[in-house]
Ligand binder design. Structure first.
Ligand code: UGA
Length: 437
């Protein structure tokens, strides 16, 4: 059991902090945003993440989890400091390390004994070294410290389960002392034989980017295949299923859609390509995946226009504004590009999302008409487009949809609607790679 402080209470910091407390550690989560800390101290979660409130409540009750805006004091009272602050996309696609570097300085100024400083934020290779230099420069005593890289692999929407039962845990360490501390922190997982990859810091930093970039490549690959399947009269689902039966390929992450979004893949693929450029190494495959992803959003618009070539004055209902289901996150959501494209083409757009509608309006289009239910959104629509595979949309009643709409036109960009039923009801439809079957 360790005394831990987690700096940054965003998606990663909050889930990790509560999860580390659930492993039996004494955790204090801190953030410079005092408003967020007040919310947390009053039992209000600043983000929507299934299971998070229960996890937080359980550990507060067990007296293993606290929240504070007093970052220096939290550092002084901890053996291990986790950095989970944001690394947004900066200039030229590079990760912006301002927050990570500020944390390193604060740690240096409050180093009152040996501490392990562990980076959870997704940071480019070489950042561990940079943090070490900053702490060495700004600390004003002889206290020792070690820097560790411990990347996270949490998916939004299933982050709690991913943290508590991970596929693997990766530590990048420089010596046995730091490794022992990290093994203590994750002792609970060690006991259930979770695979642990212990390596050097640069390798751990790259593992995170390589994993995300590979998944992004996989998605872009199947997305392009879906476009070809549509053109050639093939069924991309059967292609993906047969491909996935090959153990070397695996069936996961072969679902075509409107392109990957979110706070990770778009930013991490750009950052990795840029890092490689800085090393004079060309990551052609990753760059192609980025281009294919941008094209995919356009290809959804093309499918819409193949049904309604002239969109001016047409009412289009967009169902799903979050970048994926079970999250209120709209960062880099395909809905942004597609809705703006529809508006530019003269359509009047009405949006619906069970959780993310307010966020979408706040960040992108404050005047967008959004409705509280699917049925209000599709009322009198000339076309409905599905952009997020929320469960309630998977079970959408197609007869009712037809009844509500002005014209029965559907673009199913997540391939969740029953094609036989669409045909039977006389819908004109497009999807991603199954339209001709
Ligand atoms: C991703 C990774 O999956 C996590 O392992 C990683 O920790 C996280 O980024 C991160 O770097 O923090 P996340 O962005 O939450 O997690 O979401 P994913 O479930 O991976 O989905 C990303 C995007 O890909 C979504 O837009 C989703 O709709 C799309 N996607 C995913 C597809 O279009 N097809 C698929 O087959 C899978």
């Amino acid at each position: 059991m360790k005394k831990i402080c987690v700096i940054g209470t965003g998606y990663v910091g909050l889930v990790s902090g509560a999860g580390l407390a659930d492993f039996g550690n004494e955790v204090i989560c801190c953030d410079i945003d005092a408003g967020k800390i007040d919310q947390l101290n009053n039992g209000i979660m600043p983000i929507y993440e299934p299971g998070l409130k229960e996890l937080v409540d359980r550990n507060i009750k067990g007296k293993r989890l606290k929240f504070t805006a007093d970052v220096p004091n939290a550092i002084l009272n901890s053996d291990v400091i986790f950095t989970a602050v944001g690394t947004p996309m900066g200039q030229d696609g590079e990760a912006d390390l301002t927050a990570v570097e500020a944390v390193a300085k604060t740690v240096a100024q409050n180093l009152n004994g040996y501490k392990v400083i562990c980076t959870k934020s997704t940071v480019p290779v070489g950042t561990g070294e940079r943090i070490k230099r900053i702490i060495t420069t700004f600390k004003n005593n002889g206290n020792e410290f070690d820097v560790v890289s411990n990347p996270e692999f949490l998916r939004e929407g299933s982050a709690v389960g991913d943290f508590l039962i991970p596929d693997r845990v990766v530590f990048g360490v420089e010596n046995a002392r730091a490794e022992k501390v990290m093994r203590d922190v994750y002792r609970s997982l060690f006991l259930i034989e979770t695979p642990m990859v212990v390596t050097n810091i640069a390798t751990a930093e790259l593992i995170k980017y390589a994993s995300n970039a590979f998944l992004a490549v996989k998605i872009s690959f199947i997305n392009e295949m879906s476009n070809l399947a549509d053109a050639a009269g093939a069924d991309v689902h059967v292609i993906a299923k047969a491909m996935g039966l090959d153990g070397r390929i695996s069936a996961k992450f072969l679902h075509p859609g409107p392109g990957y979004g979110g706070s990770c893949f778009p930013k991490d693929t750009q950052a990795l390509a840029k890092t490689a450029d800085n090393f004079s190494v060309n990551l052609e495959v990753v760059k192609a995946a980025i281009r294919a992803n941008a094209n995919q959003r356009e290809s959804v618009l093309a499918r819409i226009k193949s049904i309604l070539p002239d969109l001016s004055g047409k009412r289009v209902a967009v169902l799903g504004l979050a970048f994926k289901p079970n999250t209120d996150d709209v960062r880099d959501t395909p809905a942004e590009h597609i809705i703006k494209g529809l508006i530019q083409a003269g359509a009047s757009v009405v949006g619906y999302d069970p959780i993310a509608a307010e966020n979408f309006k706040r960040y992108y289009l404050p005047d967008l008409e959004v409705k509280d239910s699917v049925w209000e959104a599709v009322e009198n629509a000339d076309l409905t487009v599905i952009l997020t595979e929320w469960n309630e949309l998977r079970g959408l009643s197609l007869p009712m949809l037809k009844e509500k709409m002005k014209q029965p036109n559907v673009v199913d960009a997540r391939n969740i609607l029953n094609i036989d039923e669409l045909k039977l009801l006389g819908f004109t439809y497009r999807n991603m790679g199954r339209s001709k079957i």
